[in-house]
Ligand binder design. Sequence first.
Ligand SMILES: C[S@@+](CC[C@H](N)C(=O)[O-])C[C@H]1O[C@@H](n2cnc3c(N)ncnc32)[C@H](O)[C@@H]1O
Length: 297
Amino acid sequence: MTGRSNIEDANRKLYNKDRVESFNVKANRLVAKFMTSCVLQYDHSKSSKQVVDRQLFVDAEKELDVDSPEVANVSSFWDPKSTTVLDFGCGAGNISLVLKPYIHKAFGVDISEDMIDAYSQRTGFDGYACNIAEDPIPPLEGVQFDAVVTTLAFHHVEDYQLVTHKLVKYLKPGGRLFVVDFDSTNKYGSLEHCLLIHGLGHSDHDDKNRRKEVLDQLGTAHTHGFGPEIAIRTLENAGFTNIGVDSHLDVRVWPTVEEFQTMSGQTGDFARFPRDAAGRCELSHGLLLVAGQKPLS
Ligand SMILES: C[S@@+](CC[C@H](N)C(=O)[O-])C[C@H]1O[C@@H](n2cnc3c(N)ncnc32)[C@H](O)[C@@H]1O
């Protein structure tokens, strides 16, 4: 079995139908609202390859209303009458749900059939389960979108450079790609996140053996190492222009222990997890957004 099929099998297994409930947890919906807001607000006038440190730190529980469909300061790129979106690594549809009032239509692609079933049920949009690196997408034969949006999927993909190349085909000339993922140069990057959310709450720097054990178990479904420089190179190599990065998009959420268990699928000992006075778990995400445009010709 190749490394690639290992990681893909691990992701299909991780994102099964028992995981759908985790997308309903408020903390996950808040993170989705934050990421989608960053995409909807992205400033397209940025010059080529510019890294803009937005230093946006959002305590989502206090600053975002998860139940309101509204997002402030949406860019004029998005048109509810016409904009079409490919949501890659769509999961159960949290991103497409936030996008919905600002677009005409979305289509979800994910490696997990269970996620696509949940995506269609929750969003009302169509989707298709496949490995985009290898499989054709029959419903999308000849179809091109105004935007491709992908959030928190690249750190699950073995070869995100190859995936980025594949995604270009599904964009109209002049169309935009938006990738949001953990920034490995951030304190709260993917490694730390994986140790917290999938690793029994053990962000355990002192216990090297435990840390290695957790990482070895997790390694099959995750990769690490996406930062501003590699993000720019990835889009450049795939032929994108007008590339820009918003770095330091930090969002913090506070799930209860029960919510955290649903989010992570873990029921272990959370005694060492960072908590507030009410006992809620502190969960920070250090993200970046990279965007680029497919050339007009
Ligand atoms: C952390 S979830 C993010 C879901 C959604 N984008 C969101 O932000 O709510 C990662 C998703 O990526 C999907 N995924 C993992 N590897 C993939 C691959 N090679 N191709 C497509 N989707 C993949 C998983 O099945 C899962 O639904």
